[in-house]
Design a protein around this ligand. Structure first.
Ligand code: ZN
Length: 69
């Protein structure tokens, strides 16, 4: 997964949704998704609506990585 590194270099003013790349504004519902292992690039904050599929993906992946050990 390729991320635009430069995007994070400047003075960012807050969390950016990892899915749609738009800033998460104050008061917007946020879903924090944490991926284990090699998908951790995708960990971060999402708008609640954007994060829904990622949250369930994270649950599944994290469960697999736990069982895989
Ligand atoms: Zn979003």
């Amino acid at each position: 997964m390729y991320l635009n590194e430069g995007f994070f270099g400047g003075g960012s003013e807050g969390p950016v949704c990892k899915a749609c790349k738009l800033p998460i504004l104050k008061g917007q519902p946020v879903t924090r998704v944490a991926f284990d292992g090699n998908a951790h690039d995708m960990s971060g904050d999402y708008h609640k609506a954007c994060g829904k599929p990622f949250a369930s993906m994270a649950n599944a992946l994290n469960m697999m990585s736990r069982f895989g050990r």
